[in-house]
Design a protein around this ligand. Sequence first.
Ligand SMILES: Nc1ncnc2c1ncn2[C@@H]1O[C@H](COP(=O)(O)OP(=O)(O)OP(=O)(O)O)[C@@H](O)[C@H]1O
Ligand SMILES: [Mg+2]
Length: 442
Amino acid sequence: MNAADGARHCALWFGVPSAREQALFAAHGWRLRTVQLDCARQVGMRGNDVVIAIADLRCVVPGQLAALERTLSEYPELPMLALLDASDPADHDDPLRQRVLRGCRDTLRAPIDQARLAETLARLEPAPAPRRDIDSIGGRSPAMLGVRAMLHRYAEVDLPVLITGESGTGKELAAHALHDLSRRRDRPFVAMNCGAIAPTLVQSELFGHERGAFTGAATRRLGLFESADGGTVFLDEIGDLPLDAQTNLLRVLQEGTIERVGSSRPVHVDVRVLAATHVDLDAAIAQGRFRQDLYYRLDVLRLQLPPLRARGDDVELLAREFLDAFRTHNPVQARGFSAAARRCLREHDWPGNVRELLNRVRRAAVVAEQALIEPQDLQLGPAGAQVVALDDHRTRTERQALLDALRETGCNVSASARRLRVSRVTVYRLCRKHGVSLDEMR
Ligand SMILES: Nc1ncnc2c1ncn2[C@@H]1O[C@H](COP(=O)(O)OP(=O)(O)OP(=O)(O)O)[C@@H](O)[C@H]1O
Ligand SMILES: [Mg+2]
């Protein structure tokens, strides 16, 4: 079922599928990935994959329901199917469960059978992603006019671009725009989040593998670079790329060739490489985690996205655009922003940048009971203090869990990763985020 542009059909299964269910999905051409209820971020997806989710509520416990609800609110566009037990009462009175069910696009009572699966999957399949061209990048501030001018200039030349900027500033959007403005626009755009894939799988994901290259490699598989041939490869969070894959990426940039895992025959590929990072690569180089020669190769052209707080009136302009766009698809009361809400929008610091603005506006549009959105709907102003406190609380809990895992495993990164059910790369990232030095702890 893979589309000509290299897109794959992936179903994220929150819970535990039976062997029969796994076989059914495979027979319909869907890759089934089992994910922990609160860890959708760890799934390595390519930018143009068709992704749906299955919420397996047959054996879910309350704590997991809460995690599932969070996932639903974080990924509002992800089409989700709820799987219920045949004996499950439809009018279950657990409010959390009701909210999860309302967030799901469809419901099926297990077991899934062959005939209904095809029909359900077709209904769930997301519409083709809208072309994310330069017009989808909103903002008229001098900073953003500069970014637009750069995008036009950079799109014309076939050199790597390193896109930098804080989280949520639109790095991925900019990568799409560079592709869509370039002569490669009718060829694939393939994205990979380097931090979201288990380090052991990165090489095969990027460069493919030959049959029998390792246990489980039953067939030859093309990697990202070969499936993007003629197009663009976008390597997100490039700072998380394991060192051995960095060496091979250097070869792609220097010689335009890749080697599949299990083969030493170079294969020519014609791709443009775009990379993004929200961390300081200089620090990663100083710590020996990132190759300096690769950095020079990637950083030929640099696109720096400004934080939202440096974009002046764009905040209000974007808030308006986000609200209008949301209103066209959702029946909500909100038509605009009160003067107080506009003041709060201007004064807020926007640590999460455009993503934070988008999420706040959507949430406000849903909860506002009047035509004008007020500061409390945006969770800004005096009531916003609670939100910050909750975020602080989450950060502290995450740090504590990390420290506990490291202590209990004698600072063994692999064992800590298993204990926290995250990848090793994530453990390193968490250490950086929370200022935890493994060397000092050892
Ligand atoms: N200038 C903009 N106009 C409209 N929408 C934007 C703009 N910039 C970003 N967005 C939206 O904000 C969200 C975050 O953007 P994106 O994913 O590109 O950020 P990012 O820099 O890659 O973030 P991260 O570092 O967390 O990966 C997306 O939904 C994107 O569509
Ligand atoms: Mg991104």
